[in-house]
Write a protein that binds this ligand. Structure first.
Ligand SMILES: Nc1ncnc2c1ncn2[C@@H]1O[C@H](COP(=O)(O)OP(=O)(O)OP(=O)(O)O)[C@@H](O)[C@H]1O
Length: 297
């Protein structure tokens, strides 16, 4: 559906993106994570056909994003990182303008989205808060049911309740087969919505990860309190990956395969078990900090 190949752009200040490559498959929600200034918006602007790359290309459904500029902008829903609204418009007049540009007749989806996002579209845009403007932008990106939706930091400025509504909207569209690319600083948002995510740093892709695989690989930490200290010692010596034993308390990390753990545990009287999960944020932060490049999958 969307193919970014060797995309490079160097600005006069020496910053930019370098050899960015990834593919977003049809029906997939693809996340784009990275620290400030990493190159997310620059990549997205190339995808939308607003910038000509120095090297490399972006194709959407086989169409070159730069050469087919207008077509991509019609085909895809787009929420820019910073929306420039036309002066003097209300939310409604802006959305009416976008509706006519998109050639949409049925406005029922637009009205449903406005209700879901709970804002008064009749408000003049200059009087809107950042969050309200963001909501107008989200409605504009979703309302014509495009097959591809590209979102640059969609939930910036949204309160936690609205972030949740946004996640629901993405999951509903995903169920209907829509393809998404979205940049984000929110690990929770990426974890809840995305199938895969790329991490970009200093203009280069550091890694592309399958979120479902990451979730199944997440380590769980079990803290087991045994009824007797001897049992704790015997369990700790059983060959499982035990992290620590203090008195009758044992901490053990398990990744994926719980069978050996539960079988061993069945031999003892257990007083309590606490379970905690290593969160995806910890896994990702690891990549944010890394300096060397890891091959994109
Ligand atoms: N038009 C431009 N001219 C010069 N430098 C630019 C231009 N656009 C972006 N840059 C620089 O390129 C780098 C990447 O910027 P970009 O906006 O793509 O980052 P980002 O990952 O979207 O960051 P953020 O999370 O802060 O939005 C930054 O150092 C930025 O200053």
């Amino acid at each position: 559906m969307l193919k970014v190949e060797g995309l490079s752009k160097r600005f006069s200040n020496g910053r930019g993106i370098d050899n960015v490559s990834f593919t977003v498959h049809q029906g997939e929600v693809f996340g784009f994570l990275g620290p400030n200034g990493a190159g997310k918006s620059t990549t997205i602007r190339h995808i939308m056909g607003f910038m000509q790359p120095d090297r490399g290309s972006v194709t959407i459904g086989g169409l070159d994003a730069w050469k087919g500029q207008g077509t991509v902008q019609k085909l895809a829903g787009y929420l820019p990182g910073e929306i420039n609204f036309i002066d003097g418009m209300t939310g409604t007049s802006f959305l009416n303008f976008m509706t006519s540009m998109q050639g949409v007749k049925d406005t029922s989806k637009r009205d449903r989205l406005i209700r879901r996002l709970q804002f008064d579209a009749a408000t003049p845009i200059r009087k809107m808060s950042k969050g309200m403007k963001q909501k107008v932008g989200i409605v504009a990106a979703f309302m014509h049911s495009p097959k591809l939706i590209i979102l640059d930091e969609p939930t910036s400025g949204l309160d936690p309740l609205m972030q949740r509504v946004f996640i629901e909207l993405v999951l509903e569209e995903k169920a209907a087969g829509t393809t998404f690319l979205m940049s984000s600083h929110s690990f929770q948002e990426i974890e809840r919505t995305c199938d895969r995510a790329a991490i970009i740093k200093d203009g280069r892709i550091v890694t592309v990860k399958n979120i479902h695989e990451l979730q199944s690989m997440q380590r769980k930490l079990f803290e087991v309190v045994f009824a007797a200290q001897e049992d704790a010692a015997q369990f700790a010596a059983s060959g499982l990956q035990v992290e620590s034993q203090e008195g009758n308390r044992v901490r053990i990390a398990i990744q994926g395969d719980y069978a050996a753990f539960t079988q061993e545990l069945a031999h003892y009287a257990v007083r309590s078990i606490d379970i905690s999960t290593q969160n995806l944020e910890d896994i990702f932060m690891n990549y944010y900090d890394r300096d060397r490049e890891v091959n994109a999958e």
